[in-house]
Design a protein around this ligand. Sequence first.
Ligand code: ADP
Ligand code: MG
Length: 693
Amino acid sequence: MPEAATPPKPLSAPQKAMHKLGLRRDIDLALHLPLRYEDETRIVALRDARPGESAQIEGVVTHSEVQYRGRRQLLVTLDDGSDTCTLRFFSFYPSHQKTLAVGARIRARGELKGGFAGWTMLHPAFKLAEGDLPASLTPVYPTSAQLPQAYLRKAVVGALSRVDLHETLPPDALAALQRQTRVSPRLRDALQHLHHPGPDVSLAALDDRSHPAWQRLKAEELLAQQLSQAVAKRERDALHAPALPLRREGLHEQLLAVLPFALTAAQRRVGEEIAADLARTVPMHRLLQGDVGSGKTVVAALAAAIAIDAGWQCALMAPTEILAEQHFRKLIGWLEPLLAPLGKRVAWLTGSQKKKQREEMLALIASGEAALVVGTHAVIQDQVVFDRLALALIDEQHRFGVAQRLALRGKSLAHLEPHLLMMTATPIPRTLAMSYYADLDVSTIDELPPGRTPIVTKVISDARRDEVVERIRAQLAQGRQVYWVCPLIEESEALDLSNATATHAELSYALPGVMVGLLHSRMPVAEKKAVMSLFVEGQMGVLVSTTVIEVGVDVPNASLMVIEHAERFGLSQLHQLRGRVGRGAAASACVLLYSAPEGGRLGETARERLRAMVETHDGFEIARRDLEIRGPGEFLGARQSGAPLLRFADLATDGHLLAWARETAPIMLTQHPELAEQHIARWLGSKAEYLKA
Ligand code: ADP
Ligand code: MG
């Protein structure tokens, strides 16, 4: 009998968390750079301290007690031999009290406040004073709740000691980089420095990433992107797609004729760019970017019309069922009646579908009867086989894993590559996009349809809910309608629901005589439709919804959007939601309701994010600020899904490095293909394959 293989050792919780963050290889850890640093390298004597200074002190606990002065608090007196300092905690656990027991020798770090009552520190970081002081600053890494800093720090140190960091930049490229940035440390030195900077380094240069070590890392990252895209482009250029010439008097024209509006100049321009691509046998690989409400869906529908007209199938995908419904309902409404006379149908594919229905859909798709296939990831699962897929349209591409884009390949029985059009509402400026995406053509809709009114945005504490209800009343009195969106808690649909149900009850009670509707994703479709049509027709004054989706319809009479727990939404999501009002002539407003954690204040980051929503309406600017405020840690999720986002480089400030990378990549590919391959593998690892999609 063959011996049973030993099963792989199960991963510990922090190991799992590291994997989840994409930290699998030593090089991944080496390239996982700190968000900021803490200075634990020195101890300040209280005698020498200045009020307001952030400092580390060390002393013996001489007193510790829990007091009730207004609020329950833990007060600890630390004596460092030169003076005493009171450490004050409003939230604390028994374990904290144990560590801070009288007689313990403690190091505490925080902002020192002077004043009448002597030195105090509010909520300092503290630990037992053991061992020598570290020789370098302490890195603080982007991490997740399951992955403690201390564990991650150790893992990084281990990885740095093992990892192979031989130079992959050819000498010429390095010399050119040095001309751009003056000094350029070796990769190993740059990483060593960024993980463990000495105590005398300029924190400002580390912070704003102007330090030569940062420049080096950013340049390397950009080069990896450019290389992988250049490789992908070479491969793509060798593939074939069906040519889809624009037919006169076909679906395309019919669709234009039934649209209730004329296209904007920008829509016409990008439409022509896309049509020109479709007419060729080189697979299209194009990004369509435009702010929320700029009208990307119509452009997509027109592209679909061209493909269908040429006798082929078109797939339309959004990252979630919710978004699929939201974004495509209108499009289908326009196209379906035009398809029917041709004997063609629209097929839906979603994860939540019943087996029988799904099988029907799969048959429609395989036979070619479904000219348009709409849905989520379900569209690209293995069982889905297209008869003649010629065009894939992907909405919100930044949320779509590149792996999924890759899976589109080989989906068609016709054995041709489909044309690919990706849409995004979080654009980067056109000129940057064109140089960054070496493997992607970019079309930009830079104009909103006419007749939109500006939306006033207000950030209001949930404690002032009553005032918001007053506002709703005022809008209703003017004959307007109101959306109220409850947060999307991804882990728990049940929670979503209870929250929305409670809000619905509250508003129904507070607004007697007004029809208040409730929509949530678990409702049967027929019921959803009924609620929606009451709102569209204007009988329903307020629509409470669990998710973004269902508010996808256009109701120009809606003038107020209230978003509950706005702090839980991504900025771009808020921007999308806000775009649901201000579609008519009425002055419109968006209220961002936030709830501070119990008893406390909303964190600075959260406040800054909501403030950004008030200050700007430009989707690009909002995306930029979101990244800036959240910091590179937040990129991890995106990196995981394979989206070609940059972790370190910032296209807005690192144009010179991008220019260098763009020049270097093709030369390196031709003259140093092995180095190029090593460089891509190091930076993108298994994701390199994804980036080709
Ligand atoms: P997004 O770019 O955010 O996907 P949509 O395609 O959903 O935008 O369009 C937003 C709204 O604007 C829709 O109601 C759509 O029907 C409408 N719309 C699109 N193009 C025009 C246009 N040229 N004129 C007027 N309204 C338009
Ligand atoms: Mg859209």
